[in-house]
Design a protein around this ligand. Structure first.
Ligand SMILES: [Zn+2]
Length: 147
């Protein structure tokens, strides 16, 4: 077993609250970013018509999976899919692509939020174990009960 290093132990304990607070700040920031994306993302994918046609202009559609809702385009009829005409105008195509990119961003942020939440839950578990090692009982609200 490692020799007891009291200074190291006290340093570990002293940094604890600040480290947790920073992680909670990270979580709040991710939550805010997610809220900023509400209703602006598109779960569809690109589908082109007449892309290789010799005379017709290529037109973009956004297709969604069957029964897949889209924050931007709404809900499909049951067992149907949303099919949205975008057309051939550059600005409209850019707008549609932006919404799909934002959906990727939303998924990335949700994964990040899950990771932070799992980390904090694990911290909570380990801190409770930590206090029980010191002979304390922890109440429902996380406060130490008198010994
Ligand atoms: Zn959509």
């Amino acid at each position: 077993m490692q020799e007891l290093d009291i200074d190291r132990l006290m340093n570990l304990a002293a940094g604890c609250e600040e480290a947790i607070r920073q992680r909670v700040d990270d979580l709040m920031r991710v939550q805010e970013e997610l809220q900023g994306l509400d209703g602006r993302t598109c779960t569809g994918r690109e589908y082109w018509r007449d892309k290789d046609h010799p005379t017709k202009t290529a037109k973009l559609y956004v297709l969604h999976s069957i029964d897949q809702a889209c924050p931007l385009h709404g809900e499909p009829e049951p067992e149907d899919r949303l099919r949205v005409y975008v057309g051939s105008k550059f600005a409209r195509i850019r707008e549609a692509r932006r919404a799909m990119e934002l959906e990727d961003e939303r998924r990335r942020l949700e994964a990040q939020r899950g990771e932070i939440q799992r980390g904090l839950a694990s911290c909570s578990y380990h801190l409770q174990s930590f206090y029980s090692l010191l002979g304390y009982t922890v109440g429902e609200d996380g406060r130490l009960e008198p010994r």
